[in-house]
Design a binder for this molecule. Structure first.
Ligand code: NAD
Length: 308
């Protein structure tokens, strides 16, 4: 029988693409429940699903921040959830001093507690049946911090710690956890963030910090998306492989062109190499950012970014 896959956040981006690719699986291994907070946005997904709609793909309402919505959604699913994909998420960038605690808590409510809420709901069934797979769309920012993304990175670190801990217990129940860690992906995600920051004033942030954010970080971030950004299709191919695996990995990065940066932390566990190199790339020689990545991936650290 096909495995039932529940995915959160399918109105756009990675979630939409994943729902469509799984629903079109040539071997028809999946029955996809593609969920979204606001069903008025289902048009794009339905169009992309084509003839899979109503066959291997159904659309349902689900707000990961609401207990009632989660309960309602699960009560409508025939059978049990075999694969849960925690994809819904949101970003937050900007100088910390100019961000409200409310905005920060909203990021944790969505990215972290949203996933926890869904896991709590599907886990009893998975444990009873002694099978299941929980896939979490984390980020390379779940592995290392990125300047001006403090709270977003923290929410992804939280997911990494939570699910790594849970993975140990769940092995005893034959339930697998996979944290997928994309680098920059060209979706609405970045556009939504940029729209937020162009209008935001960040009251409380000093002039130097605002200058670093607007004139140094934002152009560098755009350059990074331009030079190493992946398409959602590419990322989803990696996720589909993880879901189809008989022994799914706990962690899966999706972008080899970003790995020079993640490697900086792996090769120096003190963390200094990563912090100093990315600081240098950003504040001393930003034009090296894309070039530097290429250079780092062939193993040669450019002299300008070599830690002093
Ligand atoms: P996206 O903005 O297109 O998709 C995020 C989806 O989550 C949207 O459809 C949004 O409506 C939904 N969502 C937000 N709050 C929700 C809620 N309370 N309930 C239900 N759905 C909600 O962006 P994306 O790039 O496709 O992001 C998908 C995931 O990938 C996120 O978890 C994000 O953190 C992660 N990610 C994105 C990137 C990137 O560069 N785009 C990189 C690494 C990881």
């Amino acid at each position: 029988a096909p495995r039932t896959v529940l995915i959160s956040g399918c109105s756009s981006g990675i979630g939409l693409e994943l729902a469509v690719q799984l629903a079109h699986d040539p071997k028809k291994r999946y029955q996809v429940v593609a969920t979204m907070r606001d069903l008025r946005k289902k048009g794009t997904l339905e169009a992309a699903a084509g003839e899979a709609l109503g066959q291997t793909l159904t659309v349902a309402q689900l707000d990961v921040c609401s207990d009632e919505s989660v309960a309602q959604c699960l009560s409508c699913i025939q059978g049990e959830v075999d694969v849960l994909v925690n994809n819904a998420g949101m970003g937050l960038v900007g100088p910390l001093e100019g961000l409200s605690l409310d905005a920060m808590q909203n990021v944790f409510d969505t990215n972290f507690f949203g996933s926890v809420r869904l896991v709590k709901a599907v886990l009893p069934g998975m444990k009873r049946r002694r099978q299941g797979h929980i896939v979490v769309i984390s980020s390379v920012m779940g592995l290392q911090g990125v300047v001006f993304n403090d709270v977003y990175a923290a929410s992804k670190f939280a997911l990494e710690g939570f699910f790594e801990s849970l993975a140990i217990q769940l092995l005893e129940f034959n339930i697998f956890i996979s944290l997928v860690e994309p680098g920059p992906v060209v979706t609405e995600f970045e556009g939504k963030l940029l729209a937020q920051v162009t209008t935001a004033e960040f009251p409380g942030a000093d002039a130097d910090t605002l200058h670093y954010f607007r004139d140094i970080y934002l152009p560098a971030s755009r350059e990074l998306f331009r030079s190493v950004g992946q398409s959602p299709q590419d990322v989803v191919r990696a996720i589909v492989k993880v879901i189809g695996s008989t022994r799914p990995p706990l962690r899966q990065q999706t972008n080899v062109r970003y790995s020079p940066l993640t490697m900086l932390k792996t090769v120096d566990s003190s963390g200094s190499l990563y912090v100093r190199t990315t600081h240098c790339l950003l504040f001393r020689c930003p034009r090296l950012l894309s070039l530097g990545l290429r250079c780092l991936s062939c193993g040669c650290l450019p002299a300008q970014v070599r830690p002093r």
